[in-house]
Write a protein that binds this ligand. Structure first.
Ligand SMILES: Cc1cc2nc3c(=O)[nH]c(=O)nc-3n(C[C@H](O)[C@H](O)[C@H](O)COP(=O)(O)O)c2cc1C
Length: 198
């Protein structure tokens, strides 16, 4: 027997709420499949670039999400050249895929960065202490782990928070009764919601 259909199956507003709920849970729970997301940028040569990052916050009312990274990373250079960003999240057990498009802001020294850093645990801060930026070629992988400093604030200069202002969200749910795909587009001011052919 197939699984019972969710209450939001034929409900555009409910489907959007479920999409946000997946992201909010993903940010809060490191065991949730949406805890890691795939982030796409336009490379400096125009070629697409993808990588996994940890989803740190999802705020439905502000239509915003946040992740953390190293200021010296390629993705930061790419986002500073072109802030357009796409994000992918997938929950295999729930059979839900979420795709998002928006504009990224890189926070280095502002309140957003300061608050995010203050909430970052010592274990996570270690990643930002490396003497050389991520992606630097090294002759020996063990030398890459040389740390630039010590103490709880070491690594702060390399830490950035990236917020994404979401302009468009696409939701896909796979079901034997019929897949459901929905689009929510805020780019034109209001919210345009529509079912799509899956
Ligand atoms: C499970 C997982 C979680 C990751 N989380 C982050 C993260 O939160 N921030 C980050 O900058 N890189 C994270 N990475 C590493 C990135 O995928 C990527 O390799 C790195 O950021 C360099 O990307 P770039 O060269 O495109 O900037 C994670 C990788 C994995 C596999």
């Amino acid at each position: 027997m197939s699984a019972p259909l969710p209450p939001w199956y034929d409900d555009l507003a409910g489907t959007l709420a479920e999409g946000w709920a997946q992201l909010v849970r993903g940010a809060a729970d490191r065991r949730h499949p949406c805890h890691t997301i795939t982030v796409a940028t336009a490379g400096l040569d125009g070629a697409p670039q993808l990588r996994t990052v940890v989803l740190r916050a999802a705020e439905p009312s502000a239509r915003r999400m946040r992740f953390h990274t190293d200021a010296r990373s390629r993705k930061v250079a790419e986002l500073e050249a072109d802030p357009r960003i796409a994000v992918h999240a997938y929950n295999p057990a729930a059979k839900i895929q979420i795709r998002l498009w928006g504009r990224a802001t890189v926070h280095r020294e502002d309140e957003v960065a300061a608050t995010a850093w203050a909430r970052t645990r010592p274990f996570s801060r270690v990643c930002y202490r490396l003497a050389q930026g991520p992606g630097t070629k090294v002759p020996d992988p063990s030398t890459a782990l040389a740390e630039a400093g010590e103490g709880p604030e070491a690594g702060r200069e390399a830490f950035v928070a990236v917020t994404v202002a979401i302009a468009r969200l696409e939701f896909l749910f796979l079901a034997s009764a019929g897949h459901r795909r929905a689009l929510y587009d805020w780019a034109t001011g209001g919210q345009e919601a529509s079912w799509l052919v899956p």
